[in-house]
Ligand binder design. Sequence first.
Ligand code: SAH
Length: 456
Amino acid sequence: MSVTLPVKKNDYIDVVFEDLTHEGAGVAKVDGYPLFVPNGLPGEKAKIKVIKANKGYGFGRLIELYEESPDRVKAPCPIYKECGGCQLQHLSYEGQLKAKEKQVREVLTRIGKLENVKVHPVLGMSEPWRYRNKAQVPVGEREGGLIAGFYQKRSHEIINMEACLIQQEKNDEVVRVVKDICERHGIPAYDEEKHKGQLRHIMARYGLVSGEIMVVLVTRTSELPNKQNIIDEIVERTPGVKSIIQNINSKKTNVILGDETKVLWGEEVIYDFIGDIKFAISSQSFYQVNPEQTKVLYDKALEYANLSGEETVIDAYCGIGTISLFLAQKARKVYGVEIVPEAIEDAQRNAQLNEITNVEFAVGQAEVVIPKWYEDGISADVLVVDPPRKGCDEALLQTIISMKPKKVVYVSCNPGTLARDLRILEDGGYKTLEVQPVDMFPHTTHVEAVALLELN
Ligand code: SAH
């Protein structure tokens, strides 16, 4: 049976956008039927073309804007449309923060059924550009020369890029210099289709506070012609470089880094600080990409934990121990758990580096390790979770409900799963007191939030 939809493919229609999706597209409705249109902003009147009409929703393309939103701005990046790395540059920064706040509030009500929860305005950046501390750009060839930049949206075509406006300027510079040096020494770019050639990616990491730079050359094999000259030139032309690494990735894969690394020059790691805590960052380490806002987020988590120095704290999904070490300064004891063994090695090294002795880290699934700790008599006064996008495992939430820590601080990178998990904790006897969204990724649709719960 065919359903009659209010629009069909290739229709041109006039619409008013009512909303913004979590992916940054405008939402228009025709007789209740939603159409998602990239680049449309709430309040705008436009002519669109229907590109696809599914049963419950469709997609359109913006053809002409009749009336612009007062929040619309000209995207400052010249390659904004082709790249796809940012989704919200056409919306003023203030408009972005308002949209993210609205998203968090709506999701908490709709999915979490949390009425009247206090959602604060998003903590944004005063200078929301040039914030990323890590660049990893694919390398290709054009007319015999090397190009380095980004994959065009929905393709593996490499577009050459001189600058990325959300990237630390230093990283742009490093990529340009390294590309130039490799080109002059005749290093062939990796060819994805033929699985031939050599240089796959150039990666740059920059310690915002320390000023230290790491350069990583990702190559298909361990061979690197003219290696010594390349190293000498990188060192000469990159003030601040502390580490040059070769990473070998011989697989046919989209994963950037391979398993094997060689230190070509300098140290194996660079160092950086978040607040007073020093971190060692290797080529493979997970490290927050916006250190300035990470500090804002962790300060909020610490404020919510409200530690006196007497508490036992559990940090679930602790990664390289960033939050654990932050909390350890104010707690009696912190236990961190994380599934990736290398991250726990980093966490232990970081604890030593900072002479923090009241932390203990374990490798494993939070939903397995924490129940075991609980059985063994380890129980938390404050429990912090910072799960990946899919949220907390139900078994972990049930353990929290039995363990009854007085406070739960939930750090989330996905408001949808945050809302779902808060509902479970509320049903288990917790009350969500407040939620603070933090903008870790300006001009993208990502939203980070920290929630404070207390046992009823
Ligand atoms: N709190 C850290 C990392 C948060 S990212 C920081 O702020 O830097 C989420 C982390 O959860 C990742 O390091 C991921 O490896 C880990 N993880 C994913 N599933 C897990 C599980 N079931 N148990 C424990 N850790 C897990």
